[in-house]
Design a protein around this ligand. Sequence first.
Ligand code: SF4
Length: 560
Amino acid sequence: MIEKIADKAVLIYPEFDTQNTFWSYASSLKMYAPLGEFGLPKRLLPPLGLMGLFNHLKPYYDEICLIDKNVNPGSLVDLVGDAEHVFIGGMQAQEQSLLKLAVALKKMDKLVIVGGTAITPQSPLMAIADHLLENEAEGIIDDFLQALRQGIAKKYYKGGFVDPEHFFQPDYASINMQNYVHMAVQISRGCPESCEFCDIPARFGQAYRVTPWQKTEHSFRQMKTLGWTGQVFVVDDNFIANPRKALEVLKNLYKIGENIGYHHPKYTELTLRLADDSPLMAELRRWFHQCNFINGFYGVETPNKASLLETKKRQNLRGELSLLEKLNIISKQTGAGVMMGMIYGFDHDTDDSIQEFIDFVNASNAPIVMAGLLNALPYTGLMTRMENAGRLIKASSGNNSDGIINFIPYHFSVQQAEQNYLSILDGIYHPKAYFKRVIRHLELIDPDLQSQYRAGNDKLIYLLKILTRKNALSFWRYLPRAIAIAQRRCGLNTPGFAALLAEYFSLCAQYTHFNHQVHAQRQQISARNYEKWQQFSWKQLENSPTELHEITRLMGRMAG
Ligand code: SF4
């Protein structure tokens, strides 16, 4: 029997610091998704971490509720009411909102507990919040709550890597699912790879920890019971981090689908190892298809081999196949679409690399490409290397598509890096380039797989909205090709035909968002004023002791 700790707790997921990110899909969601219950556009994903914490905290309070400020614009005073305890949590990209929220809650005299990946011992939240829980909360939350009850809770707790049996079980009834476009579930944590820019191995460990499948079944069953039949993002850091265990996970996922009578359409994050020429990977590809994975997000990073070696992304270089061939094989054999994460700004990148980058992306079958400038994040090898070299400028915003680099690049200046980033965006999101990738994508994905969840999803009104937009000329221009592909592959008026066209229209809507993002980036970057020190590459500075001295002085002043 758990002893109650207070009458009421509220959990708040703060707004993202900017809606202006490639990840938000803000412009396209407005177009094809109806508004949420409070009249705001839907968000792509729900606050999964807080949904798990909500479930765990239920026995400790008489009343508990979860508020996502991204979908609920209500006033803080009304939303929090007479709650004694307020838990807030989020990511680096919500840090400014977290700070504002914590300040406002302290003014209301609430006990404020903060968690999530935005927390470090250096965070300004240390001076505002009552208690901070860094990293995985599952292993420390009960001790913390007990100490809180006894009035002896510490200011700061750091969670270790917990056994997967203790992963929080999200409660999907804690949110209104209609405020979101996709649902989310986490099956595994951790990654054994050592990519220099990535904080996952340090934050979540290099061991691949898998949620017991009964808990995963509970999540999918609850979603289904609550009426959710849409897409589910499996938010794992690297789904195939341990390929043998990943195969077991896929077989269990299939069993779950059979048990609950529905195989939700899914997508996840993984590496190009999936294309490796081995019996195990071939089996994994087959099971991805079997389990209804309709998309995968691949950390391709760069076509520059020297940069891949520099950042220790050797897994992309395995085997004989080129990166493009790997993407192609994955789509062909899993039937799923591929999305790419790409990065520019490695020490082996030069001004000349941008054309190689653009040509690579545009020769691929990935319509959606999240391109960002390299940033040094806390707890990464890159951060240590940049700090030791004196190249670090400031903390990263956590928004990897804001066109800002937070260290001095090697072969070009900060200013040039940001200009090069704009050239990349222009090159890969030019309508001709984007729609050529869309056409390749439509040739490869499995129409039967896509048709299972497409039926009835695409309403005429949203179609009209898409095709009558100001910039819809390209949508019309490539429509006959899309129709021809759908007809050739599936025959007229078949479910596959409808699915491929629905995918085409969905990618048209998403193009509106990417186009808007590129435009916004161009405006922001063009408006930036660059100091003299931002006009030198690190290579130039190494050869110019006077400039280097001056810059080190200025950077020291900024950090101070
Ligand atoms: S980038 Fe992906 S593969 Fe590399 S360490 Fe991070 S999670 Fe693992």
